[in-house]
Design a protein around this ligand. Sequence first.
Ligand code: 0RA
Length: 659
Amino acid sequence: MLAPNKGQKHMAEQIDDGQKGYGASDIKVLEGLEAVRKRPAMYIGSTDGRGLHHLVYEVVDNSVDEALAGYCTRVDVVLTKDNSIRVIDNGRGIPTDIHPTQGIGTVELVMTVLHAGGKFGEGGYKVSAGLHGVGVSCVNALSSLLQVTVYRDGKEFYQTFHRGVPQGPGVFRGETDKQGTTIEFLPDSEIFTESVYNFDTLSARLRELAFLNKGLTVTIRDEREDERYHEFFFPGGISAFVEYMDANKKPLFEKPVHFERETQGLPLEIAFRYNDGYTESMFSFVNNVNTVDGGTHVVGFKSALTRAINNKAKELLGKAKKNDVELTGEDMREGLVAVISVKLHEPQFEGQTKHKLGNGEVKGIVETAAFELLTTFLEENPAVARKIVDKVYNAAVAREAARKARQLARRKSVLEGGGLPGKLADCSSRKPEECELYLVEGDSAGGSAKQGRDRNFQAILPLKGKILNVEKARMDKILANEEISTMAQAIGCGLGESDPEDGGGFRFEKLRYHKIIIMTDADVDGSHIQTLLLTFFCRYMRPLIDNGVLYLAQPPLYKIKAGKIEKYAFSEEEKEAILAEVGADRKGLYMQRYKGLGEMNPEQLAVTTMNPATRILKKVTMEDAVEADLIFTMLMGDEVEPRRKFIEENAHLVGELDV
Ligand code: 0RA
């Protein structure tokens, strides 16, 4: 448990306190920490839940660095009852001596000087430096209390900090046979707008770290209300990652292909496998950070894969006289699940969200190494090579069929320039920035929505029944599906396989509505349709999610009437609160549970779910591409239970409330 040391002083007092002997260098330290506190977002991205979780990743990164250096085998993360976080590792422990040139304890130095973290190690450098890579001193600056305990050389060393400022010098307090570092911190409520950690969010990231650092044991324990515990340990490393991602699909061959090599000072690790599906799942990491938008390492790998498989295909298909179609890179990646992980000293991150690797030299290095390794692998594993080539050939044939289907569709002007679908009740405004499109489940709800809308800016597209499960279909089928082509026409951007490298065939600039709102019943069927639509948007209209255009409507679950009072509840908690407010036992109380949109009349639907002044919308985000993709594949499989659970929780896809 965290408890401030008695008799220790706060920062302001210490600055004033001349007796403490704070010299120029201490003032500098305080200025550094003060800069972090003044502009926390500059250092950790934001001060919301995301920033809050970032603190944990920053501390854990230091332990992972110890593991990368070969000194640490275990990291334990504990969420304590008071919402502080304890990170325990069995590394070397931060040196506890007085630093030779800085004249203060090394622990204090690491904890108070920005970017000091790894510089003091022996030839050590920080590779796992997170996206922001700001170091543990930032965590310290943003914590109302931080305690470090170091177990090193048989002794236990302890020091505490308050908003970054040491509460006295560190002290040795007894002997120990343990080794390592324990850091416990309480995020400062003056800085953060949220204070509660999400077990699943932390757990997902820690699992990922365990995959990326094979042999490292990472655990997480929740000591708050519900005791929960996970232990992650993957001797197979990123091969196990591929298997995990691919768990709900049928693999083309059993063991993922796995390469590990260091070329020109660049450690490179690749694992991949093919499944019987049609989509591509590529997960790339730089210094353990997920590069959601790819970058030069991914480009290098893709082009190596294309060349190596192409060579093999020429040989095998030539023999079989099946060289009637041209194979493309996309064909090579149909049903591919791959993880690529590189480590480099000075990564340059690009793109809107800085999730894309920009270092030009990396492309060539990765391509050369991967091509060589792939070529050798395909030579040495003829059975697997044949399976891959057959799969790629089939993909090319299907792509050809899809192209023909698209041409046909174009001629019928279904996808482009052919006007709008008949089922669409469009709005009168032609300014996309003020227009909204409601995708409504079922014709009857569609009818109510049409009557309840503001036709100036709200358009309604009723969808009939379930849309095609795109996870299980190829492009030609998808194009031929009526509900999908109707949606594509209404939205106006066309369709494209989501490829972060080139954006696919999707043209965001043609978007006709800046809000696209999925409105389904609050029941199992509605949830299923919602998931199918999310899968579709994720795979084929991904920029809608990236640009924050896609929303989920939140129809109320209950209507509660008590005399003249009429209220709607959007959750069970809200229902309880309203019942408590009006008095649950009062006479004349009437409560209706809405099972579907159809049970509301147009006015009710308008007030509760459509009127911007009173409705609740949830914005769909790609907060965590890895988890999202996993969820999609998992949910689209045949397991019903995880799907139901996800839909209830909706945790990873649904972000901020936009009321
Ligand atoms: C500075 C130098 C050395 C290790 C560390 C810092 C270190 C920091 C953290 C933070 C969490 N766990 C940590 N483990 C180690 C090198 C130590 C040496 O050379 O013995």
